[in-house]
Design a protein around this ligand. Structure first.
Ligand SMILES: [Mn+2]
Length: 307
């Protein structure tokens, strides 16, 4: 029976490449593993897969009747639909533990590191399987992406060490050049529908019973979205209303300046000041140093909501 390896909804580079890299490790161990994804590739992931010679994994969104390995998440909301009608057989992750439960004991390997790719590199080593050259390339790209070239506060020494090793295997002599190539690809916003931008890297959270959404656009320069801000705000309002959300955020993250202009629409504007110590000025509030949704945006909000 095939085992499907899948990352979270609105897949990012880590979710896609980790599915491919972990499926490859399972295949080396004799498992019929198939990497899949739950949505279209984003511009950065498209560039990364092309550069290292991979086809896009098939899109599959329903877990019914399937054996599933979750990578890069352990939340039901971010997993394939009807997960309870399938069977989760492993979880490999680097986020806080989510709400997926299982009937049987499983391999659950999560570490507080910057990227699932870093965890998977260790699993290759533990299992004494050589990492193929092109697989090392996409794993390296994932770590550079998730850690924003080691600028994100989620970065650990393990991530840096993994990148050194992977770059050597992949024959990448200039990691920074690879990262810049990816950041430029990910900064492509012109001509993209507003809602596609909002959902490009987006997650919904349950905060004490309130639905709170947060998207993130990582850009080499915020001037790229200067003339789109009003349209983005309008689209964000629609997404908030359609989904019955209490609050919705869009992080406009300046990778080079290392901060985020946080666009926010909320039923209770006081949460912004409580969470981040600053008030909204119009549509947004600039938070110096904010790079990571997981570490810097969501936890203060959860605290304020009492979730
Ligand atoms: Mn990740």
């Amino acid at each position: 029976m095939a085992v499907y390896v899948v990352g979270h909804k609105s897949p990012d580079t880590d979710s896609v490449t980790s599915a491919i890299a972990y499926a490859e490790l399972k295949k080396a161990q004799g498992v019929d593993a198939i990497a899949i994804m739950q949505g279209e590739l984003n511009p950065e992931s498209t560039m990364v897969l092309e550069k290292f010679g991979f086809a896009a994994p098939e899109i599959m969104t329903d877990a019914t009747g399937k054996q599933i390995i979750l990578v890069d998440h352990s939340d039901i909301a971010q997993a394939p639909d009807n997960l309870k009608d399938g069977e989760v057989v492993e979880i490999i992750d680097h986020h806080k533990i989510g709400d997926v439960t299982t009937n049987n004991p499983i391999l659950f390997c999560a570490q507080p590191v910057g990227c699932t790719g870093t965890v998977i590199k260790q699993l290759y080593e533990i299992n004494k399987v050589d990492i193929p050259k092109n697989i090392a390339g996409i794993m390296l790209a994932a770590i550079l992406s998730d850690t924003v070239l080691f600028k994100s506060p989620t970065t650990t020494d393990a991530d840096k060490a993994a990148c050194e090793g992977l770059a050597a295997i992949a024959g990448v002599s200039d990691m920074e050049a690879l990262a810049m190539e990816m950041f430029k690809a990910k900064s492509a916003v012109q001509g993209v529908p507003m809602k596609d931008l909002i959902f490009r890297d987006y997650k919904d959270f349950d905060m004490a019973g309130k639905k709170v959404g947060c998207g993130q656009l990582e850009l080499v320069d915020l001037s790229l979205v200067a003339d789109m801000r009003d349209d983005l705000y309008k689209a964000l309002q629609e997404v908030k209303d359609e989904g019955g959300r209490h609050s919705i955020f869009l992080m406009l993250t300046d990778i080079m300046k290392e901060g985020t202009d946080l666009m926010a629409i909320t039923d209770d504007p006081s949460i912004i000041e409580k969470a981040f110590g600053k008030k909204l000025e119009g549509q947004t509030v600039w938070i110096d140093g904010m790079m990571s949704r997981k570490k810097q945006t969501i936890p203060p909000l959860q605290k304020v909501f009492g979730a």
